[in-house]
Design a protein around this ligand. Structure first.
Ligand code: ADP
Ligand code: MG
Length: 507
């Protein structure tokens, strides 16, 4: 690892004692960050900790109510985003700021507004290609943004910021929207930026983005910086988790479960080979009673996806037993499991939960057609439409329409639609995998409420999540998964540090 500033040298950038209020509500209070030249600095914190707000202060989007901001020792007065660009500070926001109908090069021309020597499409295209090559990205300057995937748009945003001359680059939760392989390639590009002498602030709430991908870590909680400049190499997951959630704040009263209630999901000796060198399952045993939320914590990639795939019937097991309400289902089809009341909130809601090109009516009916809810010999489209309109209204699914493709929905609203379908009455066993990934704090609250209500109605819920706070907020009992096995079991409300220790195999 390179980059950490020599002892005693002033940081390239320092933010101290930043206070920011919105409508009288204090959102940042005592927030700060030091950045050294050439380092990757992770800014870690749970959803709502104030990370984006602090970086919006740095980039001139918001003006701080108090605090000190210095670049190279000089006090900086930010009047707006233009000042930030002029100071060589650029940010890739969580919600990209690209005009879909423009090409990549046209977007750069627009953003440059005559700066950085970018005056027309050809200078923009040349600059983009230079920057992209340096990062190891393939970017087509003539491609229309509307046709690009999320990962491609993100690469365009990163190149745009660098082409505008940023020496300090802020990336706001860049890995939250990416699949694992895409995240790895982005993190490799981040390291290249630092090797080229740029300084990167990598906002994340994922502990795995810290180890191996950043030099130092600053942790925010509740609008304040609670730990600054921890060397990433030495910081343990347990320590970081403790800073993120704070041991004091993590003892929500665990759900009370009737210990004599029926076991609705039972798994014994479940084995799956690892695919393509990945982790499989090496003998998983667990049981979930009705009314219970069993949390499965763990760093991603330790067998969570194979577990979900095998439970839902998307992948075969090589050994072991899965029972839904006492029925052995390890060789049953997806539809047979559904008939037994298995419901699934998958980690990638668009890839395996919803069909993006179809409207809400079809998506809500997808899993109910077999049951004859909408007619036995032909589909009663009017009933489907009425049902979807009622659901959209009762679940406040903004932007949804019976025929409007659901891929146009925001993440939170797409998840509401999925919850409305999967957690409708009749759910016996719910498997929820990272159900709040990429959602804002309000949508997270809705998802958590829906899972609690499903459990209250008697469903057995298996919550698989990398988010320790989410696990603690919902679970009656907690298992920790590591390298395809259950590394340990803890009661609900256990300290985050104990979960973290098991995640790392240190307990
Ligand atoms: P993070 O990026 O760490 O998830 P944010 O900085 O987005 O957190 O949000 C911190 C808090 O500030 C949240 O409670 C959020 O609701 C609030 N907040 C953020 N932006 C605004 C705004 N423009 N107006 C009012 N409240 C806001
Ligand atoms: Mg944020």
């Amino acid at each position: 690892m390179t980059g950490a500033a020599p002892e005693g040298a002033p940081p390239l950038l320092s933010m101290r004692g930043i206070v920011k209020r919105f409508d009288g509500r204090v959102v940042l209070d005592g927030a700060g960050l030091d950045l050294a030249a050439g380092e990757v600095h992770a800014l870690l914190g749970e959803n709502g900790a104030g990370k984006s707000t602090l970086m919006n202060v740095l980039t001139g989007v918001y003006r701080a109510d108090a605090g000190d901001l210095r670049l190279g020792g000089q006090r900086l007065q930010m009047r707006g985003p233009r000042d930030a660009i002029a100071a060589g500070i650029g940010m890739v926001h969580q919600h990209f700021r690209l005009v879909p109908r423009f090409t990549v090069a046209e977007n750069l021309v627009l953003a440059a507004a005559g700066r950085a020597g970018i005056r027309n499409r050809s200078t923009a295209a040349r600059r983009l290609e230079e920057v992209a090559t340096g990062l190891g990205f393939a970017v087509d300057p003539d491609a229309e943004v509307a046709g690009l995937s999320v990962a491609e748009r993100q690469r365009v945003e990163v190149c745009k910021v660098l082409a505008l001359g940023a020496r300090i680059v802020v990336l706001d939760e860049p890995t939250a929207v990416l699949a694992d392989a895409e995240a790895a390639s982005l993190l490799a590009a981040v390291r290249r930026m630092a090797d080229d002498g740029r300084s990167v602030i990598l906002i994340t709430h994922r502990l795995r983005d810290v180890a191996g991908h950043s030099d130092r870590v600053t942790v925010m909680r509740g609008g304040a910086t609670v730990a600054a400049n921890l060397p990433a190499r030495d910081a343990t997951t347990a320590e970081l988790a403790r800073w993120m959630v704070g041991d004091a704040g993590v003892s929500p009263t665990p759900r009370r479960v009737d210990p004599s209630g029926p076991v609705r999901l039972a798994i014994r000796g479940l084995r799956v080979p690892g695919e393509g060198g990945g982790v499989g399952l090496e003998g998983i045993d667990l049981a979930v009673r009705g009314g219970e939320i069993l949390g499965v914590a763990g760093v991603g990639g330790n067998g969570q996806q194979p577990l979900v795939d095998v439970l839902t019937g998307l992948a075969p097991a090589t050994g072991g037993v899965v029972e839904l309400d006492g029925c052995a289902v390890v060789t049953a089809s997806v539809a047979q499991r559904r008939d037994l009341g298995l419901r699934v909130i998958p980690a990638s809601r668009m890839a395996s939960g919803l069909v993006g090109a179809l409207g809400a009516a079809a998506n809500l009916a997808l899993t109910r057609v077999r049951g004859g809810d909408f007619g036995h010999f032909w589909l009663d489209r009017r009933r489907m439409r009425e049902f979807s309109e009622a659901t959209i209204a009762s679940h406040a699914i903004h932007g949804a329409g019976a025929d409007r493709p659901v891929r146009l929905l925001s993440g939170g609203n797409a998840q509401k639609l999925l919850l409305a379908r999967e957690l409708a009455p009749g759910a016996a066993v719910v498997v929820a995998h990272s159900p709040t990934r990429g959602l804002d704090i309000q949508a997270c609250g809705l998802v958590h409420g829906a899972l609690r209500r499903a459990a209250d109605a008697g469903a057995a819920c298996l919550l698989i999540s990398e988010d320790i706070e989410e696990i603690l907020a919902l679970s009656s009992r907690i298992l920790v998964m590591s390298r395809g096995r259950i590394a340990g079991e803890l009661p609900g409300g256990s300290p985050a540090s104990r979960i973290g220790a098991l995640m790392l195999g240190h307990a």
